[in-house]
Design a protein around this ligand. Structure first.
Ligand code: EPZ
Length: 420
């Protein structure tokens, strides 16, 4: 398993371009199953999760091609049963369930595993699809779903932690080919859900309320192929902003959509980070000392849970105490112990992490546990003095395209060490 070797203490300087959004492209790739025609998607990041999803589509009978950021998919003939090993390995693959049911009236996918950040239930996905008249059983680790034809209805999709992103995606995709009208109440409003909705509309779907908590989908008989450019990855953008601020550098970020992460920009400014919007780019500097800032993660347009770990790494450097509250997932603090190995002082009290910032960070070997925790450890390593080795960065490769190359171009001393 590969690791990153980082020599910290060097301010990041230069320009970086944000790649396409992982959390937008995964459901969009699933949506290509809804039509026998060819779909072309541009601006696709080369990530292991994207390659996994393409393998899953091929195991379902689709033809796929991925060259220079352009993905072509033609799901002329599709079967409802795929490669269970692959499907089980990647949680995001749950969003093939809705399209398969809509297209083939049957689907058999393996239950997605939980992961280190929580149990990751799918009760809301199943509630929504059952409401559309799918018959679903869960046994032997598989979800078996069949339907004569999906039928539109109104369904409230909110759960104990608010809306579900992939649950909304699953139901919206299924509803595009159902009879009648489906109303999804308490739908997720994340930009990635909006990008999927726009992709579906470009295929001929009828969707109203895009970007709002109430989506109204009028079923059609057939969807067509389309061309689409995926939105930039707001989480990657926030990650690079935190890295620039942590190293007290000056970074120009190209290709980001600041309207997709206003809550993060607001918190970063409160902490003393300067973010100037100039002709489609963001200029990030941190002229003075970092100030502590409290954060609670929330559904969109609140502070995103996917930036919680990276922001915590930054608050380790602030002069004072910050309280970071995780309200979306039940155990998304795996990065805390590893940050403490770098010298941070953090106490966990239930959903709160109390970060006593301002202590000097010093390099050490640390272990990545999940995608965003890995990013937090890279940020801390870039700011720490001395050497930090981040092990198991396969987690990071799932969601960040060529991260070490982008950081090296910004002056970081970072090396990918081939797996031990
Ligand atoms: C998506 O996961 C993202 N993944 C996650 O990003 C992101 O953290 C999450 O949305 C929240 O924004 C992809 O888009 C591939 P949820 P998803 O369903 O859809 C509970 C990353 O780092 N819930 O919105 O699986 C759930 O337990 C990843 O890029 C139910 O209770 O998340 C959680 O507490 C990590 N029942 C909350 O809802 C359900 O049926 C939000 O989960 C489904 C979810």
């Amino acid at each position: 398993m590969d690791s990153f070797l980082i020599e910290g203490g060097r301010p990041l300087h230069g320009e970086v371009t944000i790649s396409g959004s992982k959390n937008a492209i995964l459901p969009i790739l699933a949506a290509t199953l809804l039509t026998p025609d060819t779909c072309r998607i541009r601006g696709v990041p080369d990530l292991s999760d994207v390659r996994f999803m393409l393998q899953i589509l091929e195991s379902l009978g689709a033809e796929t091609k991925f060259e220079r950021g352009m993905v072509t998919v033609r799901a002329a003939k599709v079967r409802g049963f795929g490669d269970y090993e692959l499907i089980r390995k990647m949680r995001g693959s749950i969003c093939i369930l809705g399209p398969l049911l809509a297209r083939c009236c049957e689907a058999r996918v393996s239950l997605p595993g939980g992961c280190v950040i929580g149990t990751r239930p799918i009760d809301l996905h199943l509630k929504g699809l059952r409401a559309l008249k799918a018959r679903i059983t869960v046994e032997y680790g598989y979800i078996n779903a069949t339907t004569r034809r999906l039928a539109g209805t109104t369904v409230f999709l909110g759960g104990r932690a608010g809306p579900t992103v992939l649950g909304t995606a699953n139901l919206m995709m299924a509803a595009t080919l159902a009879t009648g009208v489906t109303v999804i109440e308490s739908a997720a409003c994340e930009p990635e859900v909006t990008d999927l909705a726009n992709f579906l509309v470009s295929m001929g779907a009828k969707i109203q309320g895009i970007g709002s908590p109430t989506l109204t989908i009028t079923g059609v008989d057939r969807l067509n192929g389309t061309d689409h450019e995926v939105i930039p990855d707001r989480i990657e953008a926030c990650t690079f902003i935190c890295a620039a601020a942590a190293t007290r550098g000056e970074v120009i970020i190209h290709g980001a959509r600041p309207d997709h992460f206003a809550a993060v920009i607001d918190k970063l400014r409160e902490a003393g980070v300067q973010i100037e919007r100039k002709a489609g780019t963001l200029r990030v500097t941190r002229p003075g000392k970092l100030k502590p800032a409290d954060v609670t993660t929330m559904p969109y347009a609140g502070f995103p849970t996917d930036v919680q770990a990276q922001f915590m790494a930054l608050m380790c450097l602030a002069q004072g105490t910050s309280v970071i509250t995780e309200r979306i997932f039940e155990s998304r603090f795996m990065h805390v112990a590893e940050l403490m190995r770098l010298g941070a002082e953090i106490a966990i009290e239930g959903p709160n992490a109390i970060v006593k910032g301002g202590l000097p960070l010093s390099g050490a070997p640390v272990m990545a546990s999940d995608l965003r925790a890995s990013a937090a450890l890279v940020i801390a390593g870039l700011a720490a003095k001395g050497k930090t080795q981040v092990h198991r960065i396969y987690h990071l490769d799932r969601g960040y395209e060529r991260m070490e190359e982008k950081l090296r171009k910004l002056g970081a001393k970072i090396l990918r060490v081939a797996g031990e």
